[in-house]
Design a protein around this ligand. Sequence first.
Ligand code: ADP
Length: 177
Amino acid sequence: MKRACYPGSFDPPTYGHLDIITRASSVFDELIIAIMKNPNKRNAFTEEERVRMLQEITRDLPNVKVVVGHGLTVEFAKSIGAQVLIRGIRAVMDYEFELQQATANMFLDETIETVFFVARPRYSFLSSSVSKEIALNNGDLTKFIPEAIINEVEEELNPQKKDRQRIPVGKKPTEKG
Ligand code: ADP
């Protein structure tokens, strides 16, 4: 039984994250997405919102779970019984950072392996920060953010939509309730 942990901020989750999640969930028996608490980062979405959004976009993937993690990533991974950390690499910029993190984690605990998934070319330009910038400027998010959560992202970030009534994740604007 191979359990992998995909740690990150997911602020908000993008199609790039979803692609890594889908691919990793087909390689490992179980994939735990861990929204890691990071007091040094100011996130646009609360942990609860990010959990809900990730659950919504992974509802068709039965071996995927979403949790909030804390402390050192390797320690947290071990505490949930994961033997592998999943990370994604888009470009050289990611590589340098990821190499440093993975090497530090190796020093901390040699029993936890980091496995990298190379970004699918059509998502290699995608990031949470670019998505936030587009939302803030009332741009079209359809190529960036999974459809099921696009309303929630826009309601939170797009100044023109922020004040409108919030539509719960997973509900179409026309649905009641
Ligand atoms: P962190 O703050 O830990 O970097 P992110 O949520 O930004 O968290 O990213 C989590 C992981 O997903 C990182 O390894 C990042 O490189 C990867 N990732 C982010 N966007 C993409 C994408 N479009 N394609 C592939 N991997 C991605």
